[in-house]
Design a protein. Structure first.
Length: 680
C-alpha cells in the first residue's frame, strides 16, 4: 500500500510540473473558495473609497485632470476630519500648461502639506540584466525602511522607480509602491509588503496606508520573512497601544484577505463628483459624518487599464486591491499558506489512507471509506481557513487520493484473480492425483482376488494327497501372508484416496458460491429476460443474466460457455441491448461455417481486384459492427492459424482489408460463444 501511495504522489507531481497553466494556482483552491462563496473577509469601517468614475470623467474630462481639483478635494477632506488620505494617482512630473502648470502643482503641494496625504511609487520588477541597481531619490528615503541586508536581498528586487515629483514627495506624509504581480492563473492574491530598491525597502501603498493611519513610524515596522509583518507599539485611533501582526511568506509577500466584490460595496464608497459638490456647496457636516477619523482612498474606479482580476471578479480597480491590503492589516485577518513539504506530506497521508481502506475494508466499504476520507479533508480545509486563517491545499491531496484509490482497486482485483487461478490449479491437481490413486486401488484389488483364487486351488491340491500336504501347507501360509499384505496395502491406498476426497471437498467448499437470489430480484430478472426474449426460471440462468448486466456496461469482451441449444446467442444479444451500444449494429458470425480460405475476406473485407472474383469492395463483419457488437459464435471451432490472425485484430482494434495497405481503426465490442471446453 505504501508503494501504491508513492506511485500516486509521483503521478500527481508529474501533473503539477506539466500542467500548471491548466490548473492555475492549485494550492490556493481553498483560498478562492472561501473568498468567493463564504466571504470570510470583513471590511474595516475606518476605510472609505472615493472613486473617479464615469460621472467624474464627464464633469472634469477624460485623461489627466487639473491637479487643483485634487488639491481642493484633499483640503475639503482634511477639514472634514479625514485621518489619512491616500491617492492611487501617479504624478511623476509637473503639470503641463493646459492643466494649470505651476499654479496647480503649488495648490496640490499646499494641500499635501497637511501631513496626512500618501502618494504611490511606480516600480517595475528587475529583469536581472541591470548593471547598477536603482537608488531612491533622497526625498523618497524619509518614509521607507532600512532592514538587515539579508532581508533586502530576499525581497522582490526593483529595476525601475518612478514616484511623484520631488517637491510633492517631500511634502507627502508617506510613499508606497503599487507593484502587484498576479499568480500563474492571472489572479491577484498576494502583494509584496516591501520591494527592495538599492539598500532600502519601499512598503506597499496599502501597508503605508495602515501604518500612517495607526501613526506607526518606519522604525517601528518589523518584517520577519516567512513569519509576519508587525507594527510595534502602534497607537490606534482609540489611543490604546497594540501590535498589529499579519503573516507573510519567505519573500515578504502578504496574502490578501478580500472583504468582498468591488461592485457589492465592500467598503463605504463615494463618487468623486459627490465629494466635490459637497465641498463646493459647503456641506461640511455631511462630509464630516462620512469621512471623519477615516482612511480615505481615491481610486481609479472607471479606468479600464487599471482593472485587475481578484478571486471574486474579473475586473476590479487596482486601488480596490490596495484598500483590501490596508483592511487586512487593520483587521489583522491575515491568511497563511502551508509550505511545499507539508503539501506532499498531506498528499502522501491521504494516499496511504485511501489505499489502506481499499485493501482492508471488504466490498464497497473500501471506496466509500476513501470517499469519506476525501470529504473529511475538504471539511478540514474549510474549517482551517475559516477558523485559523490557514490555506490548506485541495487539488494535489485529492488528486493523489483519487489516483491511489484507482491503483489500489486495480491491485486488489488483480490479487483476487490470481488467487482464484491458484485455487483452480490446485483443484485440477487434486483431481489428477485422485484418479491415479483410484487406478492403483483397482490394481491392488485385482491382485488380491487372484491370490484368493490361487489359495482355493492350493486347498484342493492338499485334499487330493497327503504326501504333498506339508509343501502345500507352507505354500498356503505364504499365500495367506501375501493376501494379508495385499489387503493392508489396499486399505492404506483406500485411506489415501479418502483423504484426497476430503481435501477435494474442502477445496470445493472454499470456492465462491453464487448468492441466492431474493424473491424481488428473481421477479425483476424474469421480467428482464422476457423483455430480452429469454424464457427461463432457472436461478443459475437468472444469475448469469444479472452478471451479464454488470459486464454489458463496460467495454470488456464477453465469453459465453454452454452446451448447444442453451441460448448462448440470446445472451449475446442481451449483452448488446444492455450496453450503451444498443443503438449500434449487432453482427453475428458462425465461425464454424466460415471457410478457411475466405476467413479474412468475410471478417476483414477486401478491395476490388484483391483476388480472382473480387469484382467490388466488400465490407467485412468487423466494419459492419463498427460502434456496435460483433458476436463470434462457435469460437472454439476456429483453427489455430486463423486464431493468430484474429488475435491481432482483437488486441489493436484495427483491421486491414485483403488487398489494401491502410489500417482502419474500429470501435467494436466482442462477444464470443462456444460449447467446447477451452481449458481442455
Amino acid at each position: 500500500m505504501t508503494l501504491v501511495a508513492a506511485i500516486s504522489v509521483a503521478l500527481v507531481g508529474l501533473l503539477w510540473l506539466v500542467l500548471p497553466q491548466v490548473f492555475g494556482t492549485w494550492e490556493m483552491a481553498t483560498y478562492d473558495f472561501r473568498m468567493r462563496w463564504q466571504g470570510v473577509g470583513k471590511a474595516d469601517s475606518a476605510i472609505v473609497l472615493i472613486g473617479r468614475d464615469a460621472e467624474s470623467d464627464a464633469r472634469f474630462g477624460v485623461g489627466v485632470w487639473d491637479r487643483a481639483v485634487f488639491a481642493k478635494v484633499i483640503v475639503g477632506l482634511s477639514q472634514a476630519g479625514a485621518r489619512t488620505i491616500a491617492l492611487d494617482f501617479h504624478m511623476p512630473a509637473v503639470s503641463p500648461p493646459e492643466r494649470g502648470n505651476g499654479a496647480s502643482d503649488q495648490a496640490l503641494l499646499t494641500a499635501t502639506s497637511s501631513g496626512t496625504v500618501l502618494y504611490p511609487i511606480a516600480v517595475a520588477p528587475s529583469t536581472g540584466d541591470v548593471a547598477v541597481p536603482p537608488t531612491l531619490p533622497e526625498v523618497f528615503t524619509r518614509t521607507v525602511s532600512r532592514f538587515d541586508p539579508h532581508i533586502i536581498r530576499a525581497l522582490p528586487q526593483s529595476g525601475r522607480v518612478e514616484g511623484p515629483f520631488p517637491a510633492l514627495a517631500s511634502a507627502a506624509a508617506a510613499l508606497g509602491h503599487i507593484a502587484a504581480w498576479p499568480d500563474a492563473d492571472g489572479v491577484y492574491r498576494r502583494v509584496p509588503s516591501f520591494v527592495a530598491v538599492g539598500d532600502r525597502a519601499v512598503p506597499a501603498l496599502g501597508v503605508a496606508m495602515a501604518a500612517s493611519f495607526l501613526r506607526v513610524p518606519p522604525e517601528h515596522i518589523e518584517l520577519v520573512l516567512g513569519e509576519a509583518l508587525r507594527f510595534r507599539e502602534a497607537h490606534g485611533p482609540d489611543g490604546r497601544e497594540r501590535t498589529v501582526t499579519v503573516p507573510v511568506d519567505a519573500e515578504g509577500r502578504l496574502l490578501i484577505r478580500y472583504a468582498g466584490q468591488w461592485t457589492d460595496g465592500s467598503f463605504p464608497y463615494l463618487s468623486f463628483v459627490d465629494v466635490w459638490d459637497a465641498i463646493a456647496e459647503g456641506r461640511e457636516a455631511e462630509l464630516r459624518e462620512q469621512v471623519a477619523g477615516k482612511l480615505v482612498i481615491l481610486v481609479h474606479a472607471a479606468l479600464g487599464s487599471d482593472k485587475r482580476r481578484t478571486p471574486y471578479e474579473v475586473a476590479a480597480p487596482g486601488g480596490f486591491i490596495l484598500a483590501n491590503v490596508a483592511n487586512t492589516l487593520l483587521t489583522q485577518q491575515g491568511v497563511r499558506e502551508v509550505a511545499g513539504p507539508t503539501v506532499w506530506l498531506l498528499a502522501l497521508s491521504l494516499a496511504v489512507g485511501a489505499a489502506g481502506a481499499i485493501a482492508w475494508v471488504p466490498g464497497w466499504g473500501g471506496p466509500l471509506a476513501a470517499g469519506a476520507l476525501g470529504c473529511s479533508y475538504l471539511a478540514t480545509t474549510v474549517l482551517a481557513m475559516g477558523l485559523g486563517g490557514l490555506v490548506l491545499p485541495v487539488l494535489p491531496p485529492l488528486a493523489t487520493l483519487a489516483v491511489a484509490t484507482g491503483l489500489a482497486l486495480g491491485w486488489t482485483r488483480r490479487h483476487a484473480t490470481d488467487r482464484v487461478a491458484q485455487l483452480e490449479a490446485e483443484q485440477l491437481a487434486l483431481h489428477r492425483t485422485l484418479a491415479t490413486k483410484q487406478a492403483l486401488l483397482a490394481q491392488q484389488e485385482a491382485k488380491a482376488e487372484g491370490l484368493e483364487e490361487d489359495l482355493d486351488s492350493a486347498r484342493g491340491v492338499v485334499v487330493t494327497g497327503q504326501a504333498q500336504q506339508r509343501d502345500l501347507q507352507q505354500r498356503l501360509e505364504t499365500m495367506q501372508q501375501a493376501v494379508r499384505e495385499s489387503r493392508q496395502h489396499a486399505d492404506a491406498t483406500r485411506e489415501t484416496v479418502q483423504a484426497l476426497e476430503r481435501r477435494l471437498a474442502d477445496v470445493q467448499a472454499a470456492t465462491v458460491k453464487q448468492p441466492v437470489l431474493a424473491i424481488g430480484e428473481t421477479d425483476a430478472l424474469q421480467q428482464e429476460c422476457v423483455r430480452l426474449g429469454i424464457l427461463t426460471c432457472d436461478p443459475a440462468m437468472l444469475r448469469a443474466l444479472r452478471d451479464l448486466k454488470k459486464a454489458a456496461r463496460s467495454r470488456t469482451p464477453v465469453l459465453i460457455l454452454g452446451e448447444p441449444g442453451t441460448g448462448k446467442e440470446l445472451y449475446a444479444q442481451a449483452a448488446h441491448q444492455l450496453s450503451d451500444r444498443a443503438s449500434g449494429p449487432f453482427v453475428p458470425v458462425n465461425m464454424a461455417a466460415v471457410p478457411a480460405e475466405l476467413f479474412e475476406s468475410e471478417l476483414f473485407g477486401h478491395t476490388k481486384g484483391a483476388f480472382t472474383g473480387a469484382l467490388r469492395d466488400k465490407i467485412g463483419s468487423f466494419e459492419q459492427a463498427h460502434r456496435g457488437t460483433l458476436f463470434l459464435d462457435e469460437i472454439g471451432d476456429l483453427r489455430l492459424d486463423l486464431q493468430a490472425k484474429l488475435l491481432r485484430v482483437l488486441q489493436d482494434q484495427r483491421i486491414m482489408r485483403v488487398g489494401d495497405t491502410a489500417l482502419r481503426a474500429l470501435d467494436v465490442r466482442i462477444v464470443a460463444a462456444t460449447n467446447r471446453d477451452l481449458l481442455q
